[in-house]
Design a protein. Structure first.
Length: 515
């Protein structure tokens, strides 16, 4: 079986927006997990992805406590060979059952990547329900002594092992109870979460009540926040009231305005009055990412179908495809520019982070002596990715706060599986997996914070995720896939880059009708 390049790159066109809003919210409730054992009884083929990024399609197979035995084909990049042998569960990331259902392929995860679960849990019928508002990615909850608070979404742009990343998040609700700090990591939608390492840090903010992480994951104190004196969008409209106060009254794309084919970016320009002698500042963004991905992902599920594993295989083995996604991550990031005496200069960018929980991030800006007065800052991104709550600058901080790692003392899994603590203890070759409805309760030792005047906490997670593709109808009337017929993969990526405005026009036209 050869990789269907047409479907893969068609999926690429629809999936690039995955990274513009983080991961993808679930469109419908998942109610039942089909069993691998049932597939064996009914002679249904399966497709597997292993830790070395190889894809196996088994037309016939059997299972035992340690492995899957079967015959079929193995695909390693662009090379396909016949296969007849055993695959240990410890080498398998997930399995796709090739049976039409609401989910085109359902991922079944046995013991793998350092998690010693055993086959028994795999063979037990499972039922779970996910009923909540839209959201995505690993959810991070902080315990304040009485309840858990949703505070962050980890590695939201890390679709597949090719884009594995480490992210950091401030947890303002986390409080020490009897020298224990409790965090819950939950998978609450149809996707596979794969963690390499988890760490909690403490910083002493002293007499400052709030901190912010910048785009380099450094912690800065906030004590002298200044709001803008002017704020306009790229239509010249006054938006100062929208972006001056953190009140969850978000500035967002106005679909009543007409966007031309070359105008698929949002752009805001702000000015601040600061002292002439000021040389550095912390520019703070308080925002949430949109649900732009909903429409696109529905279309992707219809096109990808049973090629989903092959898509991931190609992403993890093709540098051009990986670079394509990295470019779109940057394109959908929030770009911050400073107006200097020489013109606009880029200060940095902030990646999309969460579409269920609001968050704040910062960019550290230096050499303000070269900036024009008043201080003028421009922020921009792909259209309707960022909904802005407030924009401000802080003039107090001169250096970042020291981060102190805390000891992990306990890890409990909701599914009673063991081995998670060892797997997430360090950045190495062992990983911990969470399936939908699974969660980890993790405790850290807070004794190191006893001498801190005002401890605050920063959570770090390294990992990636695999999306499950729903079987839905394509909401877009598009002939774009026909453009890629009989074109090699490199040329297809180039062709899309040259004609991306046409695709974006269809996406935004569809969303415009729903706003």
């Amino acid at each position: 079986m050869k990789i269907n390049i047409k479907k893969i790159v068609s999926a690429l066109i629809l999936l690039f927006i995955i990274i513009t809003g983080g991961c993808i919210p679930s469109s419908k409730t998942v109610t039942k997990v089909e069993e691998l054992q049932d597939a064996q009884i009914h002679n249904q083929p399966i497709r597997l992805l292993t830790t070395d990024s190889k894809t196996y399609t088994l037309d016939q197979f059997s299972i035992n406590n340690e492995s899957i035995s079967g015959s079929g084909h193995v695909n390693d990049g662009d090379v396909e060979k016949s296969f007849n042998g055993d695959l240990p569960f410890s080498d398998i990331i997930f399995i796709e059952r090739l049976k039409p259902s609401f989910w085109q392929g359902f991922w079944i995860v046995p013991a793998s990547l350092g998690v010693g679960a055993g086959l028994a849990s795999l063979l037990q019928p499972q039922e779970f329900t996910i009923e909540r508002v839209s959201g995505s990615c690993p959810f991070i909850y902080s315990y304040d002594g009485s309840e858990y608070h949703l505070e962050a979404e980890a590695f939201s742009t890390s679709i597949s092992k090719a884009l594995e990343a480490q992210t950091y998040h401030h947890l303002p609700s986390l409080k020490s109870q009897e020298n224990k700090l409790k965090i819950r990591i939950a998978n609450e939608r149809p996707e596979t979460h794969i963690f390499n390492s988890i760490q909690l840090y403490a910083v002493d903010s002293h007499n400052v009540s709030s901190i912010v992480l910048d785009n380099k994951n450094r912690a800065w104190p906030i004590s002298n926040r200044i709001t803008p004196v002017t704020a306009t969008d790229h239509f010249g409209q006054n938006i100062l009231k929208k972006v001056s106060t953190k009140d969850k009254q978000y500035w967002k794309t106005n679909y009543k305005n007409v966007y031309t084919e070359a105008d698929f970016r949002d752009e805001l320009t702000l000015s601040f009055d600061i002292p002439d002698e000021q040389s550095t500042a912390t520019f703070i963004v308080e925002a949430i990412n949109s649900d732009l991905i909903n429409d696109v992902y529905s279309a992707a599920g219809a096109i990808i179908g049973e090629e989903s594993l092959n898509f991931y295989n190609s992403l993890e083995n093709n540098p051009a495809l990986k670079n394509f996604f990295l470019r779109w991550i940057e394109k959908s990031s929030l770009k911050i520019e400073l107006l200097t005496t020489s013109g606009w200069e880029k200060a940095g960018s902030i990646r999309p982070e969460a579409n269920e929980v609001s968050f704040q991030r910062a960019i550290r800006i230096g050499k303000l002596e070269n900036a024009r007065k008043p201080l003028t800052i421009r922020v921009s991104s792909l259209m309707d990715v960022w909904h802005i709550d407030a924009l401000s600058i802080d003039l107090f901080a001169k250096e970042s706060l020291k981060m102190h790692p805390l000891e992990m003392t306990l890890v409990k899994a909701s599914n009673k599986q063991v081995g998670h603590r060892k797997a997430i203890g360090a950045i190495d070759t062992t990983y911990s997996l969470l399936m939908p409805a699974d969660y980890l309760d993790i405790e850290f030792d807070a004794s190191q914070t006893l001498n801190m005047q005002n401890p605050q906490y920063i959570f770090s997670a390294r990992g990636y995720l695999y999306e499950w593709f729903p079987k839905v109808n394509n909401p877009f009337n598009s002939n774009l896939t026909e453009w890629f017929k009989d074109v090699n993969q490199q040329d297809k990526i180039a062709l899309f880059n040259q004609n991306e405005d046409l695709f974006l026009y269809g996406i935004y036209s569809h969303r415009n009708k729903s706003h």
